[in-house]
Design a protein around this ligand. Structure first.
Ligand code: ZN
Length: 398
């Protein structure tokens, strides 16, 4: 019979390393975020254009070809696990109550040795979970999180923040409405007279990034081979969260809600793809999303870009000058108006406490990435659109 190898007791030094080893990835991730936020040039060159770009254009590209959303699959597995865990805890609690009531001892007393073993196993499992979660967080930080501290999009696009008048904003609104209305006249409509896709949904989503190919020449930092966005199959239920699209940085995967009215889907898909191109701030992703839609060969994308950009600019104009806003509205065609009404009607049916909670979680997540105004930062896209417009760089060259 083979003699079992005797287990050596852990030395004090090894015990210390073992105790702190699980926390190393988390500590490294926190140090990275706290230190590098003061060095945007290092973030820009080493992370955004280096490590993050490498992961996004290799792993991100491979994952984009998996025909279903890994993010959605993960959420389903997580929800089922929570249900299973809660169920198991409930069963254990009921069994415990029964044993108390009927004085039935179901379990034999553990020996001291068994107790020590069970304690050691629990600590080992906790250390592993701590190390695993920390490692995932560290990956998130280097592959995406640090992009919050890269150079601002305005600087990368050679734009300067300048004040603009309500009249200038009105001019932009009119041009967006005119361009949107002209394209809208040639788009396919459903039975309610609302815009619908010319091609199938999967074909449309597979070409979400086509506009970026043209933009790559002007802005090489947007270069990335991924053009595909994943549809979320349970989008109808997802709408209760009030969210139209999500970028999950661990899988480098852009996902879009396919239950919302068609007109808003292309702009949402293009927005998520700009996260994949190394941008974490929502106003900047809105900006690149709109630009890429304007440049996309598909009329569906062009229209979606102009229509969404109009909404942001018109809302800003409304807060500055209501009369000018009313005048700008006159530039919208009946088709565009029908699309906006159908969009508002769609979201009205999902309003409620669940949506409020979900949107406030989203707001906190954005604030956690260092954006002080959270969800309101989406609206700051108007500044970028105006700067680009005033520099004659906003619309595709004729
Ligand atoms: Zn976003």
């Amino acid at each position: 019979m083979k003699k079992e190898k005797e287990q050596k007791p852990l030395t004090k030094k090894r015990k210390v390393w073992r105790a702190i080893g699980w926390a190393t990835p988390t500590v490294l991730a926190i140090i990275c975020m706290q230190v590098f936020k003061h060095f945007p040039s290092i973030v820009e060159t080493v992370f955004s254009k280096g490590i993050s770009h490498f992961f996004n254009s290799t792993l991100g590209y491979l994952i984009s070809w998996i025909p279903f959303s890994l993010t959605e699959a993960l959420i389903i597995v997580a929800l089922l696990s929570i249900v299973f865990l809660v169920g198991s805890l409930l069963v254990s609690f009921i069994r415990f109550l029964f044993s108390l009531i009927f004085h039935k001892v179901e379990k034999e007393e553990e020996t001291e040795e068994e107790k020590a073993k069970s304690k050691a196993e629990t600590f080992a499992a906790m250390r592993f979970i701590g190390w695993f979660v920390g490692s995932v967080y560290l990956f998130y930080v280097v592959a995406f999180g640090l992009n919050s501290y890269r150079y601002p999009a305005a600087q990368l696009c050679d734009l300067e923040y300048t004040s603009y008048t309500s009249e200038q904003l009105y001019d932009l609104c009119c041009e967006l409405a005119d361009r949107g209305s002209t394209i809208r006249a040639h788009l396919k409509e459903d039975e309610k007279g609302c815009m619908t896709f010319k091609e199938s949904l999967s074909h449309t989503l597979a070409h979400a990034g086509d506009g970026y190919k043209t933009l790559d020449d002007r802005y090489p930092f947007l270069s990335n081979p991924v053009t595909r966005v994943k549809p979320v199959l349970l989008s109808h239920w997802w709408s209760y969260t009030g969210i139209e699209g999500v970028y999950f940085p661990i899988f480098m995967e852009s996902n879009v809600n396919i239950d919302i009215p068609d007109y808003a889907i292309p702009a949402s898909a293009a927005h998520e793809l700009s996260h994949l191109r190394g941008f974490a701030k929502e106003d900047e992703c809105n900006f690149f999303g709109c630009l890429s839609c304007f440049e996309n060969p598909s009329k569906d994308y062009q229209y979606s870009g102009y229509a969404i950009a109009y909404v942001y600019c018109a809302n800003q104009l409304y807060s500055q000058d209501e009369k000018l806003w009313l005048k700008a509205e006159e530039h919208l065609s009946d088709g565009m108006m029908r699309d906006y009404i159908s969009y508002n009607t769609y979201w009205e049916q999902y309003q409620g406490t669940f949506q409020d909670v979900s949107l406030s979680i989203n707001d906190s997540l954005i604030k956690n990435r260092g954006v002080e105004d959270g969800s309101k930062s989406y609206d700051r896209v108007v500044d970028l659109l105006m700067m680009s417009y005033l520099k004659n760089q906003l619309f595709p060259a004729e």
